[in-house]
Design a binder for this molecule. Structure first.
Ligand code: F6R
Length: 606
């Protein structure tokens, strides 16, 4: 979603604001804008298109001032255009606002303000805010801002600057993330931590309903009219982790980081031969009396949940429901006091997932969370948190978050199986050993770049590609198809291989590309039959398998043999070459890999 940034201090604000936007461009990139107070007056610039367009526009300006705000937009209300780009202002240009989220009641507010004579210039929901502030302003900026915020319904993070109070920037959070960065001789506000990393590691994480009043030498946080004592959160990321580090794209870098990310995540929860998930606070009795586990997530994290279902049901003999967060919330989920809901979210800020978490808690469930962002809303609101240690994931297409989520889900399955006595010690020890060996194994597909690049050239002209697999490979296929479609814009559809003949086989004709995943040896024969069905219709078979023998050669038009791996971990290994394939197909098609059209990282609106 949109990236917000604000600075007030002794350094020129404009370069800091632009650098912050550059580091958060993954949050939105259809237009960008800045506002800076120069010689006591607000100046602004906003342009449709990528940040470079705005930067080019700003090349000749001389704005030395130390107060400014900026925005990179992912359009929700109103098409991407110069006029709809943020910041937005009141009638007289004294109050400028940047916003992330949705103001649900903006139509009625706009009608009310227009009736009072306010003139609007954009189609956005945001523009009501500066006009409301203008309407309510009687000398006290904080009061007018809070008065305006009180009128808003929805989810929003807002940053306000005014030339009537040129020493400050105000920020308010309601269900959309905001952090305040504490610097020397200057302080910052942003919607995401990477924007602040070049300047500070000490931040305040704002909670819903909190107003931050930020000046060069002081940050005050207020809620319900009282000052709040905030704890400083220390960001311990390596700042270079949020840079491209010599790779052409963040996505390629993040694909290559997977062995390390998996190692770090496994190491956090594994001793030599046992799993330590004490954080969950689960006793043997509680584990044995569990009736079901509900997993809730969106997108790639949802796909991880589907893999988790197969693994947990298999090892822990516990029924697992997996729900799309946006569905869970509105379908009256059947949960009772004490049930466990596991939410999965890389960012920890996805609005649908957060809403599902809150709904689960409202129904009396205990919530466990797997998230990659400590300090995120999900991490703060869950009852127990199992972080993934993937480091910052910047590319919009999720890669290392997914594989590390799969590792944590596997460890949860082992933990539950141990407590419930549903798998033998030998079986579980073999799996723990396989998790230890996994990082080394994940290096192998990374060496296949040349072959995958060649394959990408042959797939690039297709408009439909199918992915099939059985069991865990079906869940893996869903993720592989999502990767391809979101960054290359090729229509990709994943199916349980056994389902093909119930309809979709009608679409398989001479030359239709079908990517087949086979990491589950117990399903090998069944999968071979499905592949034969496709081949008999002239489909072209691209096989990724871990069967460790040459016999499958004859079945496939193209094959990537992967090292044999414990079947539970098959999806972790198999997704890596498929992520790379998606990456190279997208490159071949000239797509902007890290910033696919219409998408944004961290979807903070419902
Ligand atoms: C796809 C992708 C999205 C996210 C989804 C949930 O590559 O990244 O589908 O997985 O928006 O995001 P999180 O995990 O941050 O809740």
């Amino acid at each position: 979603m949109c990236g917000l940034v604000g600075y007030v201090g002794e350094r020129p604000a404009l370069p800091i604001v632009l650098e912050g936007l550059r580091r958060m461009e993954y949050r939105g990139y259809d237009s960008a804008g800045v506002a800076v107070i120069v010689d006591g007056k607000l100046q602004w610039a906003k342009k449709k298109g990528r940040l470079e367009v705005l930067e080019a526009e700003l090349q000749t300006v001389d704005w030395p001032s130390g107060v400014g705000i900026g925005h990179s937009r992912w359009a929700s209300h109103g098409e991407p255009s110069d006029i709809n780009a943020h910041p937005h202002s009141d009638c007289n240009g004294h109050f400028m606002i940047v916003h992330n989220g949705i103001i649900e009641n903006f139509r009625e507010l706009r009608a009310e303000l227009e009736a009072k004579g306010h003139r609007f210039s954009s189609q956005t929901d945001t523009e009501v805010v500066p006009h409301l502030v203008e309407e309510l302003y009687a000398g006290n900026l904080e009061q007018a801002f809070l008065g305006a915020v009180k009128r808003l319904r929805g989810a929003f993070a807002l940053i306000l600057v005014s030339d009537l109070h040129p020493d400050r920037v105000l920020a308010y959070r309601q269900s959309s993330p905001l952090v305040v960065g504490l610097g020397d001789n200057g302080n910052f506000v942003a919607s995401d931590i990477p924007a602040l990393l070049p300047y500070t590691r000490e931040v305040y994480l704002l909670e819903d309903g909190e107003l931050a009043v930020v000046t060069a030498h002081e940050v005050r946080v207020m809620a319900d009219g009282k000052e709040v004592e905030k704890e400083v959160f220390h960001v311990d990321w390596d700042p270079l982790a949020a840079e491209k580090g010599g790779y052409e794209h963040f996505m390629l870098k993040e694909i290559h980081e997977q062995p390390q990310a998996v190692l770090a995540t496994a190491a956090a929860y594994l001793n030599e031969n046992s799993v330590n998930l004490a954080e969950l606070g689960l006793t043997e009795q509680a584990a044995r009396s569990m009736q079901k586990l509900t997993i809730v997530a969106c997108g790639t994290s949802y796909h991880a949940g589907l893999v988790g279902k197969y693994v947990i049901e298999d090892l822990a003999r516990l029924p697992v429901e997996v729900d799309i967060a946006s569905e869970f919330r509105y379908r009256k989920p059947v949960l009772k006091e004490g049930d466990i809901v596991l939410v999965i979210s890389q960012s920890g800020e996805t609005a649908d997932t957060l809403a599902a978490l809150r709904e689960a808690k409202r129904l009396g469930a205990r919530v466990w969370a797997i998230t990659n962002v400590l300090g995120s809303s999900v991490a703060r609101e869950a009852d127990a948190v199992l972080p993934t240690f993937a480091g910052p994931e910047i590319a919009v297409a999720s890669t290392k978050a997914y594989t590390t989520q799969l590792v944590v889900l596997t460890l949860i399955a082992i933990h539950l199986a141990q407590l419930r006595g549903t798998a033998s010690n030998e079986e579980l020890a073999a799996l723990v050993a396989a998790v230890h060996n996994l990082p080394a194994l994940l290096e192998e597909p990374l060496q296949q770049q040349d072959r995958l690049q060649q394959l990408a050239k042959t797939l690039t002209t297709h408009e439909d590609i199918f992915f099939i697999g059985r069991g865990l490979d079906f869940a893996g296929s869903l993720e592989a198809a999502l990767k391809l479609k979101e960054i290359s814009y090729i229509h990709a559809e994943a199916l349980a291989a056994g389902e093909l003949k119930h309809g979709t086989l009608a679409l398989i004709t001479q030359g239709t590309p079908v990517v087949c995943l086979l990491t589950q040896s117990q399903l090998r024969e069944k999968m071979e039959s499905s592949i034969e069905e496709v081949a008999a219709r002239g489909g072209e078979i691209f096989l990724f398998d871990t069967m460790g023998d040459g016999e499958l050669e004859r079945l496939a038009n193209w094959r990537l043999p992967l090292s044999p791996v414990h079947p539970v971990l098959g999806p972790v290994l198999a997704i890596i070459p498929l992520q790379m394939l998606a990456y190279f197909v997208a490159l071949e098609r000239g797509c902007d890999v890290d910033k696919p059209r219409n998408l944004a990282k961290s979807v903070t609106i419902e």
